[in-house]
Every structure is written in C-alpha cells, then in structure tokens.
Design a protein around this ligand. Structure first.
Ligand SMILES: C[S@@+](CC[C@H](N)C(=O)[O-])C[C@H]1O[C@@H](n2cnc3c(N)ncnc32)[C@H](O)[C@@H]1O
Length: 484
C-alpha cells in the first residue's frame, strides 16, 4: 500500500485493519536539522517536534505485532530526546539497542569541530520476550575455515580437551588414539581436565575428530564446518560498506530521478540489512515517513508486504514512479544482490477529505464533499463494520460479525421505513442504523435494532476541529521572500 497524506490520519485509519499485524516499522522522520530541504522543511521548535512524534509513535506501537520491532532513524538533533519519549511510550525494558550507521564514507574537511559520520537507529520491541531477530551471514568468519575435507567442505578445528575452567567428572573418560593408546584429558602440565563432548557424542560424531601427534603425545581436535554456521547475531555498528552511505543513496536517487533526485534518501543497502534482521518474506513493513519510497522499494524486492505513507507531492513525483519501476524490474540499488527481476504490485490510496466540518455556527456537520457511498463507507468503518453492500437488500450495507449489519442513511428515518426493515430482519440478526435524523422514541422500538444519529455517534471516533497535523508547518522563509 502506498498512501498519500498526513501519517497521523493515515495511521489512525490503518488501526482498524492492521492493529497488531506489522512486523517492522522503520521511520526516517525529518531530523529537525533546522534546514529547508527541496522537498520538505525540517525546522520545528524541539517541543513541537516531540509532540508531533508522540501520537504517531503511540499508534505505530499499536500496529506492531507481539514479535515486532520499531526502528527510528535520527541524528544528534533529536535522537536522545526521542529515546526518552520512546522509553515512556514503549517501556524502558523494550529498548533493544541503538544502531550506529556510518552514513558518511569520507570526512568533511569543512567541519569546524567534529565531522559527523554516523546516524542513530533506535530499536524498540513491542514485546522484548517475544521478539526474535534473524541472524546475519557472517562472511568475515569464512576466513577462519581454512581446512577443506575430502568432500570439499570448509572447516576449522578446536581442541576437544577443555582448556582451563571448570571440569566435569562425567566428561573425564578415555578415548582411543589412532595407534590404540588410551588418551585421558590431562593438560600438558599434568593437571586433570575433561573433554568438551560426552562419551556418546564422541562415538556418534567420530568422523569429526582429528588426531594430532605432537611432542606431548596424541591430542584430539574436532571439526567445525562453515556450512553448519547459523549466522551471527546482528551487531550495532553498521559500516557504509555493508549498509551504504548518503553518497550511495544520492547516486541511487539520481539514477531513478535524474535532476529531480530526492534530497535525503536512504541507501537501499541500509534497508536490506535492516529488513533481513527484523523480518521474513511475507511480513508487513511500515514506513510512515516514506520520502522517495526507499523502504517500500526494498521491501517489495525482498518479498515483504509494505505500507508506505508520504505527505508531500513527492509521493507522486518519487514514490509512485519508484514503485512502478520496481514492479517493472528496476535494476538499481539492491536489485542484483537479491536477484530482482520485477513483478508484484501495489495499491495507491489518497486520504479522503475530513468527514465532519463545523457549520457557520460551529456545529459539526457532514462535509458536503462526501457523497452518500463515501459517507456509508466511512461511518461503517468508524463503527467497526466492514463495508460490503448487499446487492439485493438495500439496508445491509456492512457487517461486523455474521449476523450484525449496519445501515447508514443521509435521510430522515421514518417509523414506516423502520417497521418495514424490522419485518425483513431475522430475530437472530442485529442491525445498527445511523441516520441524520429520526422520530423521537424510535430508538427503543425494536430490541435488535439500535439507532444512532450522525454525526454525533461518530464525533468521538474521528478527527474534528483540529488545525494541522503536518510536520512541515514552517515554510516561512519562502513566504517572506515572496512578500518582500
Ligand atoms: C527524511 S525524509 C524520508 C526519506 C526516506 N527514508 C527516503 O529514503 O527517501 C522524511 C519524509 O517525511 C515526510 N513527512 C513529514 N511529515 C509527514 C507527515 N506528517 N506525514 C507523512 N509524511 C511526512 C517528509 O515529506 C519527508 O519526505
């Protein structure tokens, strides 16, 4: 899913269908650097930045599944303040760690004090007891596997005798060396030790034991094969070699958008590494500050499902064309690395206008931009019903459980109409009717029919009378320029 619009409203809407379903949230919000980038502004008062983040993080947490994690990419401007609010929102025990991503691949010679090379990625679990990360391929270890066996498998060896530390009596027994001598686990200085393996394992895995006849006699070693390595746990320092750099991401963006390259994209390799650790194919990934679409593009190429939300016009000029190119088999970024050949698809969504607006007396009324079907769909959704109009029975417009229906009407509900519906409604069925107006006393006429007035019944469930959710609220420099 690609959604154009403010992420707070979009996230609230997603809550109905996606609560507890998202495996990984990655966000790269405006860092609050004080800059005005070409595609968005990044200059808020600190407390404003934090208060805009809080409600979004709260909903993102709800959307995560129990095994899920959230990764928040920031720099020194707000990372430490964000850590404090996340401790409060997620719980300090849910803090998994901070990744240091080496975003710069060379120093900045014009820096006055530090040439900053890194960003932070704060990682929190929804439930630290349930979260599991995938282990990473640990290629550097391959150098370690210097020997090759008769079948071409790479391995290295370790002494079978415990070298110092506690000894166990059950692991003190003799093993027969190739010349028939019985070998007991004694250290070279005569001190008693023990084997690392049990008697049974020594018999079962005898073909993994190698004997070396040194100056102190026979010593058994055991083989550790490279192809049985389960990978290494993810580490907290990510170099630009393995996770890309800002320079690399600029290159990727130029390749896709030419002159119109995005100002602050992330490298595809960064997302590849992150999603490899936090997700598996088929999992849902969510990025509510999508920018030029990197997270969605990488998730698509990796066979993950994804939801990307972007407020700016670059949702059309960057995210949409980027994802279309990916579907068509775009060859940049991580494409070669994951063998991407194209395929799949995505849906594009636009946020509907505000459902409720104040009239000239300040009273809430339905926005006239809503036609009747839009009204039915949103009121059904807000009451927790799935919009599914029955082609034959006009008042069955949505359902929640098997025998629970909703009927939304922008007309006056008369007693006659209610009686006629009640005649067709089975005793075991339940119906909620939402109408703009209805006769007094009608609400109690039938036990299995509940009648509510719109918009009053949905006021508490949707946004109303709020000014601006936008992170990009300051465009002052440009406006002032114009005025001058
Ligand atoms: C740092 S950029 C993200 C870059 C992205 N990771 C990429 O690789 O292209 C932050 C993005 O958040 C978007 N944004 C800011 N406020 C938003 C809001 N309220 N709802 C949705 N997107 C928002 C900005 O328009 C900007 O594109």
């Amino acid at each position: 899913m690609l959604i154009h619009g403010d992420n707070l409203i979009a996230l609230k809407a997603l809550g109905h269908n996606f609560s507890g379903q998202v495996k990984c949230v990655y966000i790269d919000p405006p860092y609050n650097t004080g800059s005005a980038f070409e595609h968005y502004d990044d200059n808020l008062e600190h407390s404003t930045w934090l208060s805009l983040m809080v409600p979004r993080l709260r909903i993102l947490r709800k959307l995560l599944c129990e095994e899920g994690s959230i990764w928040i990419n920031l720099d020194d401007n707000e990372a430490h303040y964000c850590k404090i609010i996340c401790d409060e929102l997620f719980g300090r025990k849910q803090f998994v760690g901070t990744v240091i991503w080496e975003k710069a691949d060379s120093p900045r010679m014009d820096a006055s004090l530090f040439s900053v090379r890194h960003d932070y990625i704060l990682v929190y679990a929804k439930n630290i007891k349930k979260i599991k990360f995938n282990r990473e391929k640990y290629d550097t270890v391959q150098e370690h596997y210097k020997c090759v066996d008769e079948n071409g498998r790479r391995y290295y060896t370790k002494p079978l005798r415990v070298m110092g530390g506690n000894i166990s009596e059950s692991l003190f027994f003799s093993i027969i060396a190739p010349d028939g001598t019985e070998i007991l686990p004694y250290e070279n200085n005569g001190k008693k030790s023990c084997w690392r393996w049990s008697k049974k394992k020594v018999i079962d895995e005898a073909d993994r034991i190698e004997w070396v006849n040194g100056k102190n006699g026979w010593n058994p070693y055991f083989r550790i094969y490279a192809d049985t390595l389960k990978g290494a746990p993810a580490q907290t320092i990510w170099s630009h070699d393995e996770a890309g750099s800002n320079r690399a991401s600029k290159r990727e963006s130029k390749l896709l958008f030419g002159e119109n390259a995005f100002g602050t994209p992330k490298p595809e390799k960064l997302l590849l590494k992150l999603l490899n650790i936090a997700t598996s194919p088929g999992d849902i990934v969510l990025d509510s500050f999508l920018g030029s679409g990197t997270t969605a593009a990488v998730a698509h190429k990796m066979g993950r499902r994804y939801i990307g939300i972007e407020l700016g016009e670059h949702c059309y000029t960057h995210c949409l064309p980027c994802l279309k190119a990916v579907v068509d088999g775009e060859e940049g970024g991580i494409s070669k690395c994951v063998g991407w050949k194209g395929g799949g698809g995505f849906r594009f969504y636009e946020l509907a206008p505000t459902l409720i607006v104040p009239d000239k007396y300040g009273q809430p009324i339905i926005n006239e931009k809503f036609n009747i079907m839009m009204l039915v769909e949103s009121v059904s959704k807000l009451h927790g019903f799935t919009f599914a109009p029955d082609p034959d029975i006009y008042w069955k417009q949505g359902r929640s459980q098997d025998n629970c229906y909703i009927y939304v009407t922008a007309n006056y509900l008369s007693t006659n109409e209610l009686d006629s519906i009640a005649r067709d409604l089975k005793k075991s069925d339940r119906l909620m009717i939402c109408a703009l107006a209805f006769d007094i006393g009608l609400g109690k006429r039938y036990e299995n029919i509940q009648i509510r007035k719109i918009p009053m019944s949905i006021l508490s469930k949707c946004e109303y009378n709020k000014d601006n959710y936008n992170f990009n609220i300051i465009r002052q420099t440009k406006q002032n320029d114009k005025e001058l």
